[in-house]
Design a protein around this ligand. Structure first.
Ligand code: GUN
Length: 293
């Protein structure tokens, strides 16, 4: 039987630390400002941005959401970003992904000023992370997984880490974090993706298995080494006939069977999700601290 990694409790620790930093900024007349941009009405993005904005308000941030119609052109979105980049009262700018297909994400994320890129998506911040330069911003979800491991006492040094998924938001930055030199990293990292042969064989080698590929309940007990740490980043909506909405959310890990084998495991919900918000608000606080030096 495994030990649960309580993401809600660890996120709360981080919020408490952030609140103290926000109070110190306020004593100097500075209020961290975080602006969200949502393009179109993707239902999941509505929920995520709503949760992020609510928590920023609770922590005393100035925050707002620009909701733009799905017909917004790339040029219009870039012009909005330019205006926010030029406004010193906004310390962080978050453009919620996914964007409509007529807008090039890479162009948009390159336009956000690197010092306001609290998502860590700008190529400069991506490059700094890969180079081991701690000056940049680390993307919130993999940064949150890293904090979960550290604060749960999971040893990463020398560990075989297998990451399922090579996305720009989780898989690639997660690998960049854990391959670095240092006491809280130093892992041997493998990324398994849709072109990999025998994903299960890789998974069975893992001391730390991080599932972030977006396939409902892909990780089964037979793919997990006894005692391994299993982190579930997945959020998948699947049909659930007979429920009020006709759907339900599941992760990338078959939790009930895997928890019987794993050493540590994140519940889902209540594992990685709360950490993403905690890291976003910590990053934004840092942006405000750096801007006011
Ligand atoms: N969509 C899913 N996760 C994220 C995230 O961390 N940041 C942004 N901007 N969009 C997302």
């Amino acid at each position: 039987m495994s030990q649960l990694i309580d993401g809600r409790a660890i996120a709360q620790q981080i919020h408490t630390e952030t609140a103290a930093r926000v109070a110190a900024l306020k004593a100097r007349g500075i209020q961290p400002g975080l602006v969200f941009i949502r393009v179109g009405e993707d239902p999941a993005s509505q929920v995520y941005v709503g949760m992020k904005e609510k928590k920023s308000a609770e922590l005393g941030f100035r925050s707002t959401t620009l909701v733009l119609p799905v017909s917004t052109t790339e040029a219009e979105l870039l012009a909005r970003i330019d205006a926010l980049n030029a406004d010193p009262s906004w310390h962080g700018i978050l453009v919620q992904a996914p964007l409509p297909s007529h807008i090039r994400s890479a162009t948009v994320y390159t336009r956000v000023a690197p010092e306001k890129d609290v998502d860590g998506f700008h190529p400069l911040n991506v490059g700094k992370l890969l180079l081991g330069d701690s000056d940049g911003f680390v993307p919130c979800t993999p940064g949150g997984v890293h904090e979960l491991l550290i604060r749960s006492g999971v040893r990463t040094e020398g560990a075989e880490v297998v990451i399922l998924g090579r996305g720009n938001i989780v898989g690639k930055p997660m690998a960049s974090i854990l391959m670095q030199k240092g006491r809280t990293a130093n892992s041997t990292v493998t990324i398994v993706h849709s072109g990999s042969r025998d994903a299960a064989a890789h998974c069975r080698r893992a001391d730390i298995l991080i599932a972030a590929m977006g396939v409902p309940e892909f990780v089964k007990a037979s793919m997990v080494k006894p005692g391994a740490t299993v982190i579930d980043v997945g959020v998948n909506r699947i049909p659930a006939p007979g429920t009020p909405t006709g759907t339900r959310l599941v992760g990338d890990v078959a939790f009930e069977e895997v928890k019987a084998v794993a050493g540590f495991i994140t519940p889902n919900p209540g594992g990685v999700g709360p950490m993403t918000i905690a890291m976003l608000l910590a990053n934004t606080t840092r942006a405000a601290e750096l801007a006011s030096r």
